[in-house]
Design a protein around this ligand. Structure first.
Ligand code: ZN
Length: 267
């Protein structure tokens, strides 16, 4: 599932493709993929992109017609830019039509992805409550101390909670806990200030490293030109059998997800 570095990489690609180009329409080929805000009482196209932002795993495209498009890739969604594409592809669920008959295809095998078209003034209504961005200054030791206080839930589950911190998913949480030398099943409240400081430090370090190489492609994730990211070559525990030191890894199910960790390196 695309996480912060993958979503940001796709968004950067979208901005490049849309730069100055007019969006002429949005077509839907699968029921439920495109959601239209009932308060949007006009055709918002043609329109140009005036600002693009990411919140957690959501991309938000602000248009000059006072409308916005929220794109959530969920598990298998991907956006692929294609100049003058032909008929919709088998798993193409929607398409953003661009000037010169170019398009951004929304391809999504599992069909959980969503594109919402809404009036800009309703943005808050269409986004869930999200915690701070992990790369912002708001994600710091004192924030985590307060967020983890009295929490018996495993640290892994807390970090996956989008309301606590936005944009992390299974791959990066496994990796950041390995770098921080913390077992994923430790209750949140049992972590010391030193350990929380390590989480803050390694979360930022890991995300910046992944962003620099276009994210992690372990399954469906692709960049907008259909190229893979490269961070899968730098993973240390996710879907591995041994940690870099050579210890045998264990795999625990937490929050319904496989948690790869090293019982020797992580305490
Ligand atoms: Zn180890």
């Amino acid at each position: 599932m695309p996480e912060l570095p993958e979503v940001q990489t796709v968004l950067d690609g979208v901005v490049q493709v849309l730069g100055g180009k007019s969006i002429t329409g949005l077509e839907c080929y699968y029921p439920g993929t495109v959601i239209i805000d009932p308060l949007l009482d006009r055709d918002p196209f043609p329109a140009r992109l005036i600002k693009a932002e990411r919140r957690g795993k959501y991309m938000i495209l602000h248009l000059d017609s006072s409308a916005c498009i929220i794109i959530h890739l969920r598990m298998t969604g991907k956006l692929v830019y294609e100049p003058q594409p032909d008929e919709p592809h088998k798993h193409e669920r929607a398409r953003l039509l661009l000037a010169s008959d170019d398009a951004l295809r929304f391809i999504d095998i599992r069909t959980f992805g969503k594109i919402t078209l809404l009036d800009s003034c309703n943005l808050a209504k269409y986004l869930p409550a999200l915690g701070p961005e992990p790369l912002s200054q708001d994600f710091n030791l004192s924030y985590l101390q307060q967020a983890f206080k009295g929490r018996k839930a495993p640290v892994k589950n807390l970090l996956l909670d989008q309301g606590l911190v936005a944009g992390l998913g299974n791959i990066y949480v496994c990796e950041l806990l390995f770098r921080s030398k913390i077992r994923p099943d430790r209750p949140g409240s049992s972590l010391s200030a030193k350990e929380l400081r390590e989480i803050v430090k390694y979360t930022k370090e890991l995300l910046l490293e992944a962003l620099a190489v276009g994210g992690t492609s372990v399954s469906d994730y692709r960049q907008i030109d259909d190229k893979t990211g490269e961070f899968q070559h730098f993973l240390r525990v996710y879907q591995k059998r041994e940690c870099p030191v050579g210890h045998k890894l264990q795999n625990l199910k937490l929050a319904g997800r496989s948690s790869f960790f090293c019982p020797e390196c992580q305490k």
